[in-house]
Design a protein around this ligand. Sequence first.
Ligand SMILES: Cc1cc2nc3c(=O)[nH]c(=O)nc-3n(C[C@H](O)[C@H](O)[C@H](O)COP(=O)(O)OP(=O)(O)OC[C@H]3O[C@@H](n4cnc5c(N)ncnc54)[C@H](O)[C@@H]3O)c2cc1C
Ligand code: FES
Length: 337
Amino acid sequence: MYHTAAIVFRDGATRFIKVEPNELLMDAAQRHGVNLPVDCREGVCATCRCLREAGEVEVEYIDEEALTEEEVQAGHVLACQTRLKSSASFYFDIDSNVCSVATEIFAGTVSAVEQVSEGAAILEVTLDDAGAAMHYLPGQYARIQVPGTEEWRAYSFATGKARDGKVRFLIRLLPSGVMSDYLRDRAAVGDAIALEAPFGAFYMRQIERPLLMVAGGTGLSAFLGMLDELVEQGGCDQPIRLCYGVNQEQDLSELGRLAAFADTLSDFAFEPIVMNASEAWQGKRGVVCELFDRDFLAQPFDAYLCGPPPMIEASRHWLEKREVGDYRLFFEKFVSS
Ligand SMILES: Cc1cc2nc3c(=O)[nH]c(=O)nc-3n(C[C@H](O)[C@H](O)[C@H](O)COP(=O)(O)OP(=O)(O)OC[C@H]3O[C@@H](n4cnc5c(N)ncnc54)[C@H](O)[C@@H]3O)c2cc1C
Ligand code: FES
């Protein structure tokens, strides 16, 4: 006996799907052509998070990185870990069109690799079929196959759209890691590279309120993509503040590009902050929340957070505990992929 799940989207669209006994909500949705955002499938990344509005469910696993205790108490679940015990209804805070696009694997060629700071590199890939339409929304990510391996890793697009078949990514160089080692030691222009896209529920919504962007380390990548798209669209009539936190000043990347956005967009400002700064560092020191401007946040706003889970949790906590205006929160955690 199957149960029926109602999948309700932010734009009001609703799909009804049949969920077989023991079937995961995520799998049932995909079987019906509803491509819910998915990444780890292990209850860790929270990409597939949703709110159970009605019905009984059985949830296999929720990692503490994925949902807080309060969120679980409030009824949030992970579609990749949820089975139905009765017919049920789930709210996904994404637009329905994000789920109608299936991911596709694209063949590409490395067209540039540039180390832009001690701890990060820009990887540029040119799609082999320049006419191929790679549809993604700024903020979403691709899974890239590390050349010469069977390993795939997730990276947020640092470009608003594929232009002339080119897409870019800002990638952290860990002391050792499959992608980090490739970029540092072997990557060369001309390497064949495959990528699958689009993925993720973190994307720039229609802008109706001031934006707070919070980037931790290479979490900046997603914001480079969003800002790039805003410039392409001819600007933005809402103020945007980007708070950019890194561990050491040597990790600061793409400051020139951010300055160019500040010159082009009418009300965009950014500020970096460094946690473990050297004595020579002249800018702010500390964690990224120390950059949050209470006056700016007194008005209703949308907050986008992207980067390492501790930075996201600290920012969420800060916003929850302060008297700030009404806000909508969107985030992408860079868990190990
Ligand atoms: C949705 C999503 C989007 C992402 N977007 C980006 C992006 O735009 N830019 C970017 O740089 N990264 C991004 N990441 C992280 C990225 O996918 C990889 O996990 C990271 O680049 C490490 O890959 P690697 O192959 O070099 O290391 P791996 O071979 O995966 O790992 C090597 C070792 O490092 C540890 N490790 C892995 N990731 C981290 C980390 N972030 N911090 C500390 N230790 C770690 C592992 O546990 C392992 O011990 C994203 C992750 C997700 C889930
Ligand atoms: S895809 Fe469900 S938690 Fe990662």
